[in-house]
Ligand binder design. Structure first.
Ligand SMILES: Nc1ncnc2c1ncn2[C@@H]1O[C@H](COP(=O)(O)OP(=O)(O)OP(=O)(O)O)[C@@H](O)[C@H]1O
Ligand SMILES: [Mg+2]
Length: 285
């Protein structure tokens, strides 16, 4: 197995990601970043959490370079870690490796971010084991340090290091909820579905479809979300509406596109699929 040192330069967001602000999330995130308070993003799947963090990494780096009179933005790296139940502190922090007859230390992604002043985004944090989650505690309060047990050292965070975590409260069972002691170290930004006009704008941009189709898809999303709770566990995300738009743009008839990009993914139950299809048929007669 080939093991490679993380090159933080590879994690810089070089182009401005498209992001349509929904509320005051940009202002709050900027204020939290400048105050060194970590941010917790909450919300259903496909509502723009990941896109928002990418956008903020780019925006903050451009603003910083403007303020400091740099010729070109230095870029802020964004290290994203998808959490899962097998994720160990070693995966995050790093490990010793045998290379020939030498033992070398390899920084994990979190350590790399802490050292270099990157934004570290821990996605779906509730999926991680409890013993993994506590590692972020000393990093996310006034101490701003990362203990590296294997080395017996404590690493002080670079002044620009910033921690962002996300979770989807919809999936969470009681056992999987975040501990209050973890939660209460963050400011929380709630992500929800955008308004119809905002969502139409996003769909149009991301799927390059016509304004009319984008608007119809946004309307469809809104109507399907009304079914949520009655029959559906989760509403149609903006992501799915974009997928439908892309298929339509490729010449797939609208109803068929919605079938494969939306209905079939929301539920496996035929009865519920029929209910969703009725909504589709009402929007795309
Ligand atoms: N406000 C927005 N501005 C621009 N694009 C958006 C916005 N909201 C959603 N999108 C679009 O929806 C897609 C899905 O968003 P994203 O992947 O950021 O969701 P997420 O909240 O991170 O979902 P998950 O919880 O599944 O990781 C994006 O790729 C983007 O095309
Ligand atoms: Mg995401």
């Amino acid at each position: 197995m080939k093991v490679r040192e993380i090159n933080i330069e590879d994690y810089k967001i070089k182009e401005r990601p498209y992001y349509l602000p929904i509320r005051d999330e940009v202002t709050i995130f900027r204020a939290a970043y400048e105050s060194g308070i970590p941010v917790l993003l909450k919300g259903p799947t496909g509502t723009g959490k990941t896109r928002f963090v990418e956008y903020m990494a780019f925006l903050l780096s451009s603003e910083k370079s403007l303020k400091e009179g740099e010729d070109a933005p230095q870029g802020i790296s964004l290290v994203t870690i998808a959490c899962h139940e097998d994720l160990t502190t070693t995966d995050l922090v790093g490990k010793y490796l045998l290379k020939g007859d030498e033992t070398i230390w390899l920084d994990g992604p979190l350590t790399k971010a802490v050292k270099t002043g990157a934004i570290c985004y821990l996605d779906e944090i509730v999926e991680a084991r409890k013993d993994t989650t506590v590692i972020i505690h000393p990093l996310s309060d006034h101490r701003r340090v990362l203990p590296i047990d294997k080395k017996g050292t404590v690493l002080e965070a670079h002044p620009n290091f910033f921690l962002v975590i996300s979770y989807n409260p919809g999936y969470q069972s009681l056992i999987k909820d975040l501990k209050q002691s973890t939660k209460q170290r963050f400011v929380a930004l709630d992500f929800d579905y955008p308004s119809r006009d905002q969502e139409a704008q996003i769909i149009r941009h991301e799927s390059q479809t016509t304004q009319e189709i984008a608007y119809d898809l946004a309307k469809l999303g809104e109507k399907i979300r009304h079914l949520k709770g009655h029959a559906l566990g989760e509403g149609a995300s903006t992501r799915l509406l974009i997928y439908a738009g892309r298929l339509i743009q490729k010449g797939i008839p609208a109803r068929r596109a919605c079938d494969v990009a939306i209905t079939s993914l929301l539920t496996d139950e035929k009865e519920v699929q029929r209910a969703v299809n009725e909504v589709v048929a009402a929007v795309f007669p």
